[in-house]
Ligand binder design. Structure first.
Ligand code: CAA
Length: 470
């Protein structure tokens, strides 16, 4: 039995800030943002949007497009690190909104919970849903897995130009039309790291930027090596120390805090993968002749980030490797297409890796060339945990991918001026007077101000009240 993603949908904030405007206001060289970070537009939620409306919009789009009814769904899991409440799960708000479209009680049977492990939580949620189906607990029903986040950093901080937001909803079921997950290969690693966290009550995270990049690299490489061992044991890769994982993968999608991270992370995986192959000597020669002294699988994060000389030598090697033809060919064929969504939206935290998949699918939907191709997923969540897994794109993917309408949603957005962006960031725009009027979907109408409804959020559906497919 194949289990995996049958259908995907997305929802993106109505507004965006151009990188040129951010660069000008913060006096940063725009070339750094465009080429060094890779961002072009940064998604900014309007005052009547939040992670619950983004999630509910994505769910409603998926249900409308697929014709799936509430009764077909047995479980809803929502992954987020931008939770709106310390107790009440986002699920309850999202189900409340969906029932405005489908009728009160229509999702009453649909169990599930909110899940958190920074940006990797969506990958855990996807696998838990798949295993719930494989275990026979689903009784023929599907699972709806939604990753939704708003990446918000302090104004003027180095995280500001990686902000973004959006939601991705996935219908998980047997014999999926989009992607079948490879069983028994998903590999996770966990460690107690201080790279990025958001203590209770904090609106923006505490983070150590370059340290967090290294936490990402080390954890993803470790999960990649664990994947290699499991994939060999499962017979997915041929046995033998020098067998390449990347050669067995047609595409690689990453968690993307910013697009350039995908390129850098691929450079480290490429190196980890090729170092034990006969090709490596030639790759080092093309990179200038001097290999990096860094051993990724054994490195200690604190020792590594404190060793300036090691970092400089490693950095020189990485930059040289990025310029080689052999790396460029592999990157262009396997990774480049998946960076697009992040360049237009910024960081989607838990939804980012699925936006990478959406970008890959949508950019190849017309050519229909992805059927049967294997995709490696490299997921990372600060704190920290990485999960590496894989799946095979199914023959019916192109038709499903066309309905995701990434480009259509991106082009319907409105550009913001810098002053309005700062007002939205500081929360001084009221949800009752948003910057752009919403024509369809769910809207935050108000937040309860006193007594037993203090802090409670109220949402309403605008536009088409009844889903098209019902
Ligand atoms: N023109 C072109 N390129 C330029 C440039 C210019 N004028 N100036 C700098 N660059 C290049 C640099 O060479 C560098 O390239 P490499 O990646 O190849 O080294 C790149 O631009 C970035 O430059 P800096 O390292 O100087 O940038 P920075 O100090 O602003 O830090 C950052 C970048 C660490 C990502 C910072 O934006 C940050 O702290 N972000 C928030 C934390 C984060 O996103 N961490 C990612 C890993 S953790 C994770 O993945 C979980 C998550 O989602 C948060």
């Amino acid at each position: 039995m194949h289990v995996g993603i049958d259908e995907m949908s997305i929802s993106v904030p109505k507004l965006y800030l151009r990188y040129e405007d951010l660069a000008e206001a913060r006096q940063i060289d725009p070339a750094k943002l465009k080429h060094g970070i890779g961002v072009e537009k940064m998604a900014v939620p309007d005052a009547d949007e939040d992670v619950a409306t983004l999630a509910a919009d994505a769910c409603l789009r998926l249900l409308r497009g697929s014709g799936v009814r509430p009764d077909d769904i047995g479980r809803l899991t929502i992954a987020t690190e931008s939770s709106l409440d310390e107790a009440k799960a986002l699920n309850a708000y999202v189900i409340g909104m969906l029932e405005q479209a489908y009728g009160g009680g229509s999702f009453a049977h649909c169990g599930g919970a909110e899940m958190k492990f920074a940006c990797v939580a969506g990958s855990y949620a996807l696998h838990d849903a798949a295993n719930w189906i494989r275990a026979g607990e689903s009784e023929g029903k599907c699972a709806l897995v939604v990753a939704t986040d708003v990446a918000k950093y302090a104004l003027g901080s180095s995280g500001e130009y990686t902000q973004g937001g959006g939601a991705v909803a996935m219908l998980v079921k047997e014999e999926p039309r989009l992607l079948a997950l490879d069983p028994k290969v998903a590999s996770a690693v966990v460690a107690d790291h201080r790279d990025f966290f958001r203590p209770m009550g904090f609106v923006t995270p505490v983070f150590d930027g370059h340290y967090s990049n290294w936490a990402y690299i080390l954890q993803v490489v470790r999960a990649f090596n664990a994947y290699r061992a499991r994939a060999r044991a499962a017979g997915l890769l041929r046995a033998g120390d020098s067998a390449s994982v990347l050669e067995a993968m047609d595409h690689v999608v990453f968690h993307l805090p910013y697009p350039k991270m995908g390129k850098n992370a691929f450079a480290y995986l490429f190196r980890e993968d090729k170092r034990s192959t006969p090709q490596w000597e030639e790759i080092v020669r093309q990179s200038g002749g001097e290999d990096s002294p860094l051993s990724l699988d054994e490195a200690d994060l604190d020792d590594l980030t404190g060793d300036r000389s090691l970092l400089e030598r490693d950095n020189a090697f990485r930059k040289a490797l990025l310029k080689t033809e052999v790396f460029d060919q592999s990157f262009s064929a396997k990774v480049a297409d998946s960076l697009y969504g992040c360049s237009q939206l910024g960081n989607l935290y838990s939804a980012a890796i699925f936006m990478s998949l959406v970008s890959l699918l949508e950019r190849n939907a017309e050519r229909e060339g992805l059927a049967g191709k294997r995709v490696l997923f490299c997921s990372y969540g600060s704190g920290s945990s990485a999960m590496v897994y894989s799946g095979v794109i199914q023959p019916g993917y192109a038709q499903v991918a066309k309905q995701i309408e990434l480009e259509k949603q991106l082009s319907a957005r409105q550009s913001l001026d810098f002053t309005t962006y700062e007002k939205l960031h500081q929360g001084t725009v009221l949800c009752s007077s948003p910057i752009k009027r919403k024509e369809w979907g769910f809207q935050l109408r108000r937040v309860g101000g006193e007594g037993v409804t203090r802090g409670l959020r109220y949402y309403a559906l605008v536009g088409d009240p009844v889903p098209a497919s019902s």
